[in-house]
Design a protein around this ligand. Structure first.
Ligand code: EPU
Length: 421
């Protein structure tokens, strides 16, 4: 297994190119299963999660290949409908093949996703939505076994204890586009990744009204065709590099990043004192003065994204004053706190809120995170920590950050990958 080694040296400068969004690519790839025709998906990041999805395609006898950032999927004639435990257990997002398989093959068997280090991640809303469309659902031997022979349009409210659900909206929408009748999804998630999926489905011939709103009205069609689509840029990767610029007192231009997808984060960074301005095809983040502490609460889009909570915490850990970060999507998503404290941060947890007392500096240490965004937070901390930081179990980072060490090194960071002994 690899680890990432970082020698904290300070200021990052230059331009980084933001890759396509992992969390848009995954459901869009799943949506290609709704057709018999070939689809071409562009701007797909080369990541472990994408390879996992392509492995699932292999199990389904669906031909797919990734060439650079382009994935060509040819689902012609595939009949299989089972996503195995070995793959689903490594990536929860595999659940998003459930809706397409059910709608296309009228039957699906997908391993029930297991627990997750960021806390309980139930799938009740996915199942509620599919049942509202008439799917028969059982759980057998650890698998969701779904029968779609009696499906027809339905009306469903997809709100849970923590608000809307990104992948439940994706799953139910993908099932509804090929299901006879009209389906209405209330409280649909509006994250840019859901909107991108909706655009792709519409290119395939799906009839969807309310695109980008909390109320989707879907009229099922008999057949969808293949489509050619370019995935939106990854707002979480962009946000992570924006924090890298801030934490190192640097000046970084994020090429391809879409400011309009990142309003809540940008608003908070500006409040803290960062200079952010739009440039052609991206935006520039520049440290101009001492940053101020900020309070952040994670919420569904357009609120502050939970996927940026850990990275902002690293920034606040070295920002003088007291900040409070409250997690309202995944109340247990705090595994990075202990590791940041091992590097000299002063953070304590009170219920769903982290109270962060900014310290003068951090010191490099061997650290380990068991979640993707927590790992990113430790890398950011390592960029400004004195001495050497080793982020272990780097496979989490490889799930979501394309060529992270190359991109950071190009901005002037001293960072490299080593084999763990
Ligand atoms: N929830 C339920 N029941 C459900 C589904 C979700 O109660 O059936 C709850 C969750 O437990 C959570 C909230 O609803 O409290 C929102 O979860 P959501 O379903 O929106 O999460 P997701 O769709 O499984 C996606 C991203 C996550 C991101 C969340 C929230 C993908 C592949 N994953 O997950 O990304 O944190 O939305 O924005 O799109 C990451 O990239 O690191 C990551 C974890």
């Amino acid at each position: 297994m690899d680890k990432l080694v970082i020698e904290g040296i300070g200021r990052l400068e230059g331009t980084v190119t933001i890759s396509g969004a992992k969390n848009a690519s995954l459901p869009i790839l799943a949506a290609t299963l709704l057709s018999d025709e070939k689809s071409v998906i562009r701007n797909v990041p080369m990541l472990r999660d994408i390879s996992t999805m392509l492995k699932i395609f292999k199990c389904l006898d669906v031909k797919a290949r990734q060439d650079g950032d382009t994935v060509v999927v040819d689902p012609k004639g595939y009949k299989k409908c089972m996503a195995p435990y070995e793959l689903v257990s490594t990536m929860r997002a595999s659940i998003c093949v459930l809706g397409p398989l059910l709608a296309k093959q009228k039957f699906a068997q997908v391993s029930y996703p297991g627990g997750c280090v960021i806390g309980p991640r139930p799938i009740d809303l996915h199942l509620k939505g599919l049942e509202a469309l008439g799917a028969g659902i059982k759980v057998e031997k650890g698998y969701i076994v779904a029968d779609g022979r009696r499906m027809r349009g339905g009306h469903v409210y997809l709100g849970g204890h923590f608000g809307s659900s990104v992948l439940a909206t994706a799953n139910v929408m993908m099932a509804a586009v090929l299901t006879k009748g009209v389906t209405i999804i209330e409280n649909a998630a509006c994250e840019p990744e859901v909107v991108d999926l909706t655009s792709f489905l519409m290119k395939m011939g799906a009839k969807i009204k309310g695109h980008g709103t909390h109320r989707l009205i879907i009229e099922g069609v008999r057949r969808l065709h293949g489509a050619d689509h370019r995935v939106i840029p990854d707002r979480i990767e962009a946000g992570t590099y924006a924090i890298a610029a801030a934490i190192t007192k640097g000046d970084v231009t994020l090429r391809n990043a879409k400011l309009e997808h990142m309003v809540a984060l940008v608003d908070k960074l500006i409040e803290s004192g960062l200079h952010i301005r739009k440039v052609p095809n991206g935006f520039r983040v520049k440290y101009v003065k001492k940053l101020k502490p900020i309070d952040v609460t994670t919420l569904p889009y357009p609120g502050f994204p939970t996927d940026m909570q850990a990275q902002v915490m690293s920034l606040m850990a070295v920002t003088e004053g007291i900040s409070v970060i409250t997690e309202k999507i995944y109340p247990d998503r705090f595994t990075h706190i202990m590791e940041l404290n091992r590097m000299g941060a002063d953070i304590r947890l009170e219920g769903p809120s982290a109270i962060i007392k900014g310290v003068q500096g951090l010191s490099g240490a061997p650290v380990m995170a068991s979640d993707l965004r927590a790992s990113a937070a430790l890398v950011l901390a390592g960029l400004v920590a004195k001495g050497r930081t080793e982020v272990k179990r780097i496979y989490h980072l490889d799930r979501g950050y394309e060529k992270i060490e190359e991109k950071l090194a190009a901005l002037g960071a001293s960072v490299w990958r080593e084999k763990e002994k």
